[in-house]
Design a protein around this ligand. Structure first.
Ligand code: SF4
Length: 394
């Protein structure tokens, strides 16, 4: 092994099982036994962005979680928990556990499932934070000997890219998840890493996602598993594989600037499969809002933060077959003045338009505010559905 500061081990699955592939990746780092001991309590933190098909790269694959459970059992670990606090709070993590199929696997192996959104919350001070001086974390995150972060590799409409660093946001309370989006999203993500418990990352790189990730993108088969101890270095390698410029991924840059690790390939020893063997340019999110039948959009002076979230929310409404039910839907983001004759159901989106909409909302029941900079796409969808009283079909 060279003198570089960080190591990331990459294995290709091919015709092997996930357990064998994960084992090989761990073996280059000294074996799973150098990270876990018999009798320990281990938590697995997957990525369950929403109620989505695990075959499409948006959420962690069942086969990777099952392979990890099998490997941990072989290493003498009986007490295993899978814990997540999904961003789609209106759907609920336990519903997602059932729909993606992990509930069945957990039953089969005697593994516990924890919805971190519904646990009691613990306020943790972050003395060295740049912005977020305290964070509400789920009690479901604590009490383990090791947390194994199991993210996927995806482009992201608000963060450009997501893998290891951002995935732990599932452990943040729903209130603080919203607060992140309403304030300094990237700095909040970088800040709360400082108070996370002992962790290692096993990346599910079987299928990534490009384009309108983290939920509505296009699957990219990669067929790899990556293991590493440093989340920033893991993200550095994942970005190199996806040919994403790290300088555009603010939360990872900020984490690196704070001394949490390095995404520079010169600092990272890549063991096993090399980046050149698997690299593939991921398409970025399309920020063009376009038009949607029956929806009035006002996006003058809006930046890509708002327009990306808006596109995702509208695509989700459209793909669910519900968009035509939202009669009179009007949405405005950015600082431009809307040229609107009559308010039907008018949503002011994002901090830039909040001031403009606040007065109107006080006197007009047809005016609604959705705050955030950038606002969260899933929250936009949820709020529109709430105002119209139309649930998403599950
Ligand atoms: S609120 Fe303003 S600055 Fe923030 S994402 Fe929206 S348009 Fe951009």
């Amino acid at each position: 092994m060279s003198e570089k500061n960080y190591c990331v081990s990459i294995s290709r699955r091919g015709s092997r099982s996930c357990k064998e592939t994960i084992k090989e990746a761990f073996d280059r780092l000294g074996g799973i036994e150098s990270f876990v001991k018999p009798g320990q309590r281990i938590m697995l933190k997957p990525n369950y962005t929403g109620d989505l098909n695990p075959q499409e790269g948006a959420v962690t694959s069942n086969s990777v979680l099952e392979g990890l459970i099998q490997l941990l059992r072989e290493a003498g670990v009986q007490d295993i928990t899978i814990a997540e606090g999904c961003g789609t709070v209106h759907i609920g993590t336990s519903v997602i556990f059932r729909h993606v199929g992990i509930e069945k696997i957990a039953d089969q192996y005697g593994v516990k499932l924890v919805d971190m959104n519904t646990c009691p919350m613990r306020t943790v001070a972050i003395p060295d934070a740049v912005w977020l001086k305290e964070v509400q974390l789920s009690e479901g995150l604590f009490g383990y000997d090791l947390v194994i972060n199991v993210p996927v590799i995806k482009t992201h409409v608000q963060c450009v890219f997501t893998c290891a660093v951002k995935n732990m946001k599932g452990a943040v309370s729903p209130k603080h998840k919203r607060y992140f989006h309403a304030t300094e999203l990237h700095q909040c993500i970088a800040d709360f890493q400082l108070v996370l418990p002992k962790m290692i990352t096993v990346v599910d790189g079987l299928i990534g996602q490009e384009g309108m990730g983290p939920a509505e993108g296009i699957p990219v088969p990669l067929d790899i598993i990556m293991v590493g101890e440093n989340s920033v270095a893991i993200d550095g390698v994942a970005m190199a594989i996806a040919q994403i410029n790290p300088e555009e991924v603010k939360h990872v840059c900020l984490a690196a600037q704070m001394g949490q690790g390095s995404y520079m390939l010169d600092d990272i020893d890549v063991l096993g499969v090399q980046i050149e063997e698997i690299t593939r340019k991921f398409k970025s999110a399309n920020t063009d809002v376009g038009s949607y039948d029956g929806v009035e959009l006002y996006t003058d002076n809006a930046c890509s933060g708002c327009t990306n979230s808006l596109v995702i929310a509208l695509n989700r409404l459209k793909n669910s077959g519900d968009l035509e039910k939202f009669d009179g839907l009007q949405i405005k983001c950015g600082s431009g003045k809307p040229d609107c004759k009559e308010y039907k159901n008018f949503f002011y989106l994002g901090r830039c338009s909040h001031g403009m909409g606040k007065k109107e909302a006080e006197t007009n029941d047809h005016v609604h505010l959705i705050d955030g900079c950038a606002p969260c796409a899933l929250e936009i969808e949820e709020r529109i559905r709430e105002v119209y009283g139309i649930d998403r079909h599950l």
